[in-house]
Write a protein that binds this ligand. Sequence first.
Ligand SMILES: Cc1cc2nc3c(=O)[nH]c(=O)nc-3n(C[C@H](O)[C@H](O)[C@H](O)COP(=O)(O)OP(=O)(O)OC[C@H]3O[C@@H](n4cnc5c(N)ncnc54)[C@H](O)[C@@H]3O)c2cc1C
Length: 392
Amino acid sequence: MVLNYPRRLSEEQELLINTVNELNNKFGEKYWSDIDIDHEYPEEFVKEFTKMGLFKVPVPEEYDGAGLGITDAPLILEEINAYGGNSQPFHGQYYMSWLISKFGTEDQKRRLFKDLGNGKIRMQSMGLTEPDAGSNTPKISTFAEKHGDKYIINGQKIFTSRIEQSDYILIVARTRKYENVTKKTDGISLFLLGPEERKNIEFNRIKTMFNSQTYQLFLKDVEVSSEQLIGEENKGFSYLMHVLDPERILIASESIGDMRWFIEKSSEYASNRIVFDRPIGQNQGVQFPIADMYAKMLSVASLRDVASNLYDNNGNIKKIGELANSAKYLASEYAWQAANVAMDTFGGYGVAVDTGIERKFREARLYKVAPIANNLVLSYLGHNVLNMPKSY
Ligand SMILES: Cc1cc2nc3c(=O)[nH]c(=O)nc-3n(C[C@H](O)[C@H](O)[C@H](O)COP(=O)(O)OP(=O)(O)OC[C@H]3O[C@@H](n4cnc5c(N)ncnc54)[C@H](O)[C@@H]3O)c2cc1C
């Protein structure tokens, strides 16, 4: 059983959800539990996902894609998580495709989109975070120095996900040093590195508490051609907003999916587990936290929908930022609460690997810190929306 909720879906969205649920039913929770044990990439799932055309979703129609936007695509990821899966290993290709369709050149689109849709290539890795900058993104120091029609990139990245599972990687680099710009976000450029340049990046996988493919990268004199620049030099930060806001909406959707899974598991278990000769869910101390999570799930799903609608209707980017960040913040906090409610409901069985609760508990924790730490979301709302003094 999977938990559903009242919402207005178009026929196209219903179809999308049914398609992804065929896949969910085919793989089942055991698949996700098995790959969790050895921290393996969900290769078989991603192959089927591709075969079913689900990577064509963000590809524009003129390149043989479905051309769907932020109101539709996140529903796919939500559904995968609601069935006990984990969309984190492949969600990157969605926001990267949107970035290329908005800011890529005609040549980049032609070269990439056909093969992204049919799975010949993957583009699901973005190296932004750096060890010495952390949440202070503009302070990145990876530098791309221009030499004629080439750039030479030097620097380090941390927590770049899926480099081994990507043919194309987005590297965010400075083309003007932090010390030499008046506005901190100026002087940042985006480069799409292909299979050739990828060979020149050294990387180490970082062991994490859940199944994730994330790496430390070392870029030493990596040469890229100016054709690999996305958009204009030095303006990359403004383009990044078109990756980061959709990414926040995708992440919020995955957390909403996680909540649905935790609520379903908790309510089912609470109705069936008999202690003191009655179901534990008859006790309001057990029942109310689960019902509370359901109400919170409905509220944040609505907020996510407002954010995605505004994005797809070319709303004001600042307002989208406000809504997308708030949706990511609330959904990740609520999903973490729901994970703890499930742990409490299951008593000792919550930590038993076979129930799956501990796996999803570990997975749900990530989105409180990535792709942006929740304190930084609150700072953003405090400074940029509520005009309170800046802490940095
Ligand atoms: C599994 C995983 C996958 C990831 N994948 C990617 C990826 O693919 N690409 C990529 O670029 N990055 C990725 N990241 C990085 C992620 O985006 C960062 O970890 C995150 O942005 C936080 O940065 P940090 O870890 O350096 O924390 P820090 O910036 O060191 O912050 C540590 C703590 O201090 C708090 N803090 C810092 N400054 C302030 C302040 N001014 N006010 C209040 N609190 C503050 C933060 O909230 C946080 O709780 C990934 C991370 C993980 C764990």
